[in-house]
Write a protein of this length. Structure first.
Lengths: 222, 385
């Protein structure tokens, strides 16, 4: 697939002839310098943005052929999102933030509560469920974001610089948690990162440079 | 419940901004309510008029009179049930600022024609027996602290001199529309003085009040009356009491139209204020809307959040404005109440307040909603951090 942006009359290629297979249960790290197209590729895989040409098939479904509303429904079921800046809703408590994706399902209030409590238990944050994001540390906010990402039990987790805004200890906790989700819950995780230590947690590392995908670090290539 | 909680928390995220917006909406709704109440009060007399009464006056102008002898001819017209007559007296009580309407009327027939003016039987008898007696509305009597038996002097305008009357009765309105600020005395007494002082004006009446047997045939009866006096020395113009009152109101039409325009300008102003608040809100939260979209929330749900918040703010302001309108009207009534039969907030005004607030809430949310729905997720997420 290909993706480019338009700046006035200029066309800037962002992703060039990308072919990428990710097997179910994979923990993939996408690395590369700023502006290499990592986040754009992640957005394409998670159906947050559209390709110029080419196809993206997830679990046998060609998501490039879906409409906006079909994509929204597909995302709510299949993809969990973890962002660098957590992206929690500040006026909602940790519990309510985690509950947000479940409001789109037909679950009863009691069922939603059970799911939310389980998700918060997985990220070890049950005791802080009534706290607002501003009352939580960065690491705790990211754990709430992970709970929100897994509460609907999606098959894929996409993480865009999940440790980029955290100190070393908190970052390590988050990576451990993601690793556990991959190993124990068999979640397919696609993580964009600058951080080589974070990338080490992944089973596979792919490198992007100027929109071109490589299997090895470009500087390590002969 | 969840959504309402989210809307409430979002609405008060910027407490100062939302409070100032609420204050603007409250003041605007209060102003709108007061202006509508003022317009309604203006038309209050027309609303109080009866469909079964006609007013017959000189076709040339109200200034010109009609012979009292017309009463017998009017009585003979088919469909006429009762006839009464009177003159506007225009007397001044102590000072010109103490304005109230005062009429010389054929007392017995007039009281019969106006069942909405309730006069206790003993007072009615006392009034009918006393040629110099008068009866007045409860509000007027309370305003000037008159008591039964008090002598009240009116200064004549077109009939100079001091006219002394004795208060014999106090009427009250059977319904709230009935005017309780009118002063009535005997037409016979006025006519007697006329004969002595200005004989040319004796046996003349300013208007006839005509009761009809069937209100549905009022127009027909009115035509018959005017036809009877066609080509006479004093031709008549007969119309329903409501049309007669409205013709007076139409003299102030320019003022009423101006007030109506101002009341609608107020609505436009609050649309602008609320739209500004909602535009700022949506711009600040564009990243959050992108997050909602990421989680699978569609355009309609995002629209619901923005429109819901806009409606919530306007409806809180509306309710505050509605709650403040009656006390403000009451305070206002002390200054202008003597000019109007009824000066109070009616349900129609409250419905208009609510309708206007819903309109404001919807209009203010249109552009922010459009922007939030159209934003691409990737662009929205880029604005965070």
């Amino acid at each position: 697939m290909n993706k480019s942006y338009h700046r006035g009359t200029h066309i800037i290629p962002v992703l060039v002839d990308i072919t990428l297979d990710i097997v179910e249960g994979e923990f993939l790290a996408l690395m590369g310098p700023s502006g290499s197209g990592k986040t754009t590729l992640l957005n394409m895989i998670a159906a947050l943005d559209q390709v110029d040409n080419g196809t993206i098939r997830v679990g046998g479904i060609d998501i490039t052929g879906l409409t906006e509303s079909e994509l929204a429904a597909w995302r709510s079921v299949n993809v969990g999102f973890i962002f660098q800046f957590y992206n929690l809703i500040p006026v909602l408590t940790a519990f309510e933030n985690v509950e947000l994706p479940l409001l789109l399902t037909g679950l009863s209030r009691r069922e939603r509560r059970e799911h939310v409590e389980l998700a918060l238990q997985i990220v070890n944050l049950t005791s802080r469920m009534d706290h607002y994001p501003a009352q939580l540390s960065g690491g705790e906010q990211q754990r709430v974001a992970i709970a929100r990402a897994i509460v609907t039990d999606p098959t894929i987790l996409v993480a865009d610089e999940p440790t980029g805004d955290l100190d070393r200890v908190a970052a390590e906790e988050i990576l451990e948690l993601m690793d556990r989700l991959n190993r124990e819950s068999h979640k397919t995780i696609i993580m964009v990162t600058h951080d080589p230590r974070a990338a080490k947690k992944a089973r596979t590392i792919r490198y992007l440079d100027k929109g071109i995908l490589n299997n090895v670090h470009p500087q390590a290539a002969p | 419940m969840y959504i309402l909680k989210l809307l409430l928390r979002n609405a008060f995220r910027h407490k100062l901004r939302t409070s100032l917006t609420l204050l603007s909406i409250t003041i605007a709704i209060l102003s709108f309510g007061l202006l509508r109440t003022f317009i309604n009060a203006w038309y209050g007399a027309a609303d109080a008029s009866s469909a079964s009464r006609l007013v017959t006056r000189n076709a040339v102008s109200l200034i010109f009179t009609l012979p009292v002898s017309y009463k017998d001819k009017i009585r003979q017209i088919e469909g006429v049930k009762q006839v009464s007559w009177g003159n506007f007296f225009g007397g001044i009580y102590i000072d010109e600022k103490n304005f109230f309407a005062n009429y010389a009327v054929d007392a017995k027939s007039y009281i019969e024609l106006y069942p909405e003016y309730v006069l206790p039987p003993d007072q009615k008898e006392a009034f009918l027996r006393d040629r110099r007696g008068f009866f007045a509305g409860r509000k007027l009597v309370e305003k000037y602290h008159w008591k039964i038996g008090d002598i009240v002097t009116l200064k004549g305008t077109y009939l100079p001199g001091n006219w002394e009357f004795v208060l014999r009765g106090i009427y009250y309105g059977k319904n709230e529309n009935a005017d309780e600020r009118v002063f009535f005395f005997h037409w016979d007494y006025l006519n007697e003085i006329m004969k002595m002082r200005r004989s040319g004006f004796a046996d003349q009446v300013g208007f006839y009040m005509v009761g009809v047997t069937n209100p549905n045939r009022a127009a027909e009866v009115a035509q018959a009356i005017d036809k009877t006096f066609k080509n006479s020395l004093a031709e008549t113009l007969t119309e329903t009491e409501k049309a007669f009152v409205l013709s007076f109101i139409s003299m102030s039409n320019a003022i009423i139209v101006a007030i109506q325009l101002v009341s609608f300008v107020v609505i436009v102003i609050i649309i602008a204020v609320t739209a500004n608040t909602m535009a700022m809100t949506a711009r600040e939260r564009i990243g959050e809307y992108a997050i909602f979209k990421t989680l699978g929330y569609g355009g309609w749900r995002i629209a619901g959040m923005i429109i819901g918040e806009s409606l919530l703010i306007t409806m809180i302001g509306c309710l505050l404005g509605i709650a403040l309108t009656p006390p403000a009207t009451e305070a206002f009534r002390k200054y202008v109440g003597s000019y109007f039969t009824l000066f109070k907030v009616d349900m129609e005004t409250i419905y208009m307040d609510i309708g206007a607030s819903i309109l404001v809430g919807l209009c203010a949310a249109i552009i922010p909603t459009w922007r939030a729905i159209r934003i691409r997720i990737a662009d929205g997420l880029r604005r965070i951090g």
